[in-house]
Design a protein around this ligand. Structure first.
Ligand code: GLU
Length: 448
């Protein structure tokens, strides 16, 4: 006799099958909270064990990566690719290089990707991968040798209709170019098996900007639904990578005031809002020179708060764009106190479940990453389309597609939120909308 489907029963089983993976448990819990009641009302999903199957990756690939550093020492890292679900398209999702990367983090990211990619409305399955390689302080040649060694093993699992990685934390267009170069050498193919490529290698315009721009576009949709506009709104942002910098760029361009950016060294505070000129310098400093914000704060005549996070600053809108679990209960309380009315997750899962409750109790509008940061993978999907037909679209064309996709994601969230009224439940809306498309595809395949 099968146990009744309750959140507790489901989570107990998941934890038993996947012990010592707290990030994965957290990501599944956040989704299962919306889905368990929904599935109870739709026995066809229950009968076909869709949620159980969706929380089990199709395959986990783990391999050794050996390379030489600049002093000719042999170095060894662990490489991964988790092919999570290909019910609606080829496996798709980023690669992350981070010293502390492990299976729990990758399974959480791959699971989230299933819903995010489904929401984009494009035919994209879900995957995630990377290595416990620490890019900090590595020379260009070391990064190149590492990427080549990593791809030597990974290439056999990739292909434009099989699995298409892109960048994520620690993996930008430089790394993607090295990875693609090695893929091409091994397979003798010039195809779209990676996205986020530099333009001459077949990349798409607006791909680097896409996650950040998309996050700002989504917030504009949220405000429009509440009969407000972004103009003049005070925005607090964390992070200073692609997501935060381009989110800031779009917000400033749209008339909002961006008062902070941060990295592991601390945060810069621009009380009157960053100017375009200041942002340009920060971008150059972070993206080209790859140096900590601490080195720049003074030069720009901005206040720099060493080792701190910006959540105590007065704001109306918040965009955590740095890393998972950066906002706990204390930070959430600070944000509520500072006047925050809406928050969009630029990073994946930057808000802990307890912190989410603080926002829910205070009536702060909360947009989960799978909706707010889907712009990056959406433009990756557009890069795949351009590669297939051998064409380059203009920046304006790609940007228009991106805006349309973010609007469609917003519409799907409304459709599946309990009330289409002012207080939209974006978490539930995104979870259910993302689920239905993948679940229906899985039902159609039968038992596979
Ligand atoms: N890493 C990004 C994400 O989390 C982009 C993935 C992709 O473009 O495949 O969605």
């Amino acid at each position: 006799m099968r146990k009744a489907l309750t959140l507790d029963n489901f989570m107990d089983g998941l934890k038993r099958r996947n012990p010592r993976e707290p990030e994965f448990h957290q990501a599944v819990y956040e989704v299962a909270k919306s889905l368990v009641p929904f599935i109870r009302k739709h026995p066809e999903y229950r009968h076909a064990q869709i949620l159980e199957r969706m929380t089990q990756p199709d395959r986990v690939i783990s391999f050794r990566v050996c390379w030489h550093d600049d002093k000719a020492n042999i170095r060894t890292n662990q490489g991964f690719r988790i092919q999570f679900n290909n019910a609606i398209g080829p496996y798709k999702g980023g690669l992350r290089f981070h010293r502390d990367l492990n299976l729990s983090v990758l399974k959480f990211l791959g699971f989230e990707q299933t819903f995010k990619n489904s929401l984009t409305t494009l035919p994209l399955g879900a995957a995630k991968g990377g290595a416990d390689f620490n890019p900090k302080g590595k020379s260009d040649n070391e990064v190149m040798r590492f990427c080549q060694a990593y791809m030597t093993e990974l290439a056999r699992y990739l292909g434009p209709h099989v699995d298409v990685p892109a960048g994520d934390g620690g993996v930008g267009s430089r790394e993607i170019a090295y990875l693609f170069g090695q893929y091409k050498r091994l397979t003798h193919q010039f195809d779209g098996a990676l996205t986020g490529k530099p333009i001459p290698l077949g990349g798409s315009l607006v791909r680097s900007e896409a996650t950040g721009y998309g996050c700002a576009y989504f917030m504009m949709q949220v405000l429009e639904h509440r009969q407000q506009t972004i103009e003049g709104k005070t925005c607090v942002l964390s992070g200073a990578g692609n997501v935060a910098l381009f989110c800031a760029e779009k917000l400033i361009e749209s008339g909002a005031r961006v008062v902070s950016l941060s990295d592991t060294s601390g945060f810069v505070h621009a009380a009157d809002g960053l100017t375009r000129e200041q942002l340009r310098e920060i971008k150059e400093h972070k993206l080209q020179r790859r140096e900590p914000l601490a080195k720049l704060g003074k030069q720009l005549k901005l206040k720099f708060h060493k080792g701190k996070q910006p959540w105590g600053l007065d704001c109306e809108l918040a965009f955590p764009c740095a890393s998972q679990n950066e906002i706990g209960v204390e930070e959430a309380k600070q944000l509520v106190k500072s006047g925050c009315q809406a928050l969009a997750e630029g990073a994946n899962m930057p808000v802990t479940p307890d912190a989410y409750e603080v926002f829910a109790d205070a009536g702060v509008v909360f947009v989960p990453g799978k909706a707010a940061n889907a712009g990056g993978v959406a433009v990756s999907g557009l890069e795949m389309s351009q590669n297939r037909v051998g064409m380059h679209w203009t920046a304006a064309e790609v940007d228009q597609h991106l805006r349309d996709i973010m609007a469609k994601i917003h519409e799907q969230c409304l459709e599946h939120s309990p009330g289409r009224s002012k207080s939209v439940d974006y978490v539930r809306g995104a979870n259910i909308a993302g689920f239905i498309k993948v679940a229906d595809a899985m039902l159609a395949y039968g038992v596979v």
